[in-house]
Design a protein around this ligand. Sequence first.
Ligand code: PNS
Length: 192
Amino acid sequence: MLLSFHALLRRAIRLRIKSYTWVPNLNRVRAIYPGSFDPLTNGHLDLIERGSQIFDELIVAVLSNAEKDPLFTLGERLNMLEEMVKRYPNVKVDSFGGLLVDFAIAKDAKAVLRGIRAISDYEYELQMAWMNRKLQPQIETIFMMPAEAYSYLSSRLVTEIFRLGGSVRELVPALVEQKLREKFTALPLQSK
Ligand code: PNS
């Protein structure tokens, strides 16, 4: 049977469409790594790297509520994070306000990643995880430990050390150290 040119073309297109049909992978796990990141530390980065190896996709979500009177604006924190996670193709940066679990649902995420440095973190983290589970039982909280070297590291301590003239070289990425320098040079004297 001889096929017309148009029939052949239609068949070719049909075959091509078939071979490119996208089959969604329903087992892909997207997780949210939420926090204030004010500023981002090497401990956060360590957890981002670990999370990127476990989850198919990781969204680093910066809390946008102004309540906490942050040192860095939301935009500054997002910029620093975006620069630092460029090297991980499955990590994205976003911001959220309101309830974390609502953000997780909106992003179709299955899990929330939180870091636990020491037992002292555990009680607060457990309380949040229970509460988040009460609010949205389908969102699972996963705890991970950063490298031991970062077990004493926090954004609050980094800021305090920098403000008082100490070195934060091994505690934050060079970019964050630079931004801290710019921030404290720009701040009025009494806040330094
Ligand atoms: O880095 P942080 O400051 O420890 O992060 C805390 C954060 C942002 C994860 C937490 O405050 C949070 O989830 N805030 C969003 C509001 C919310 O969902 N509150 C109920 C938590 S049980």
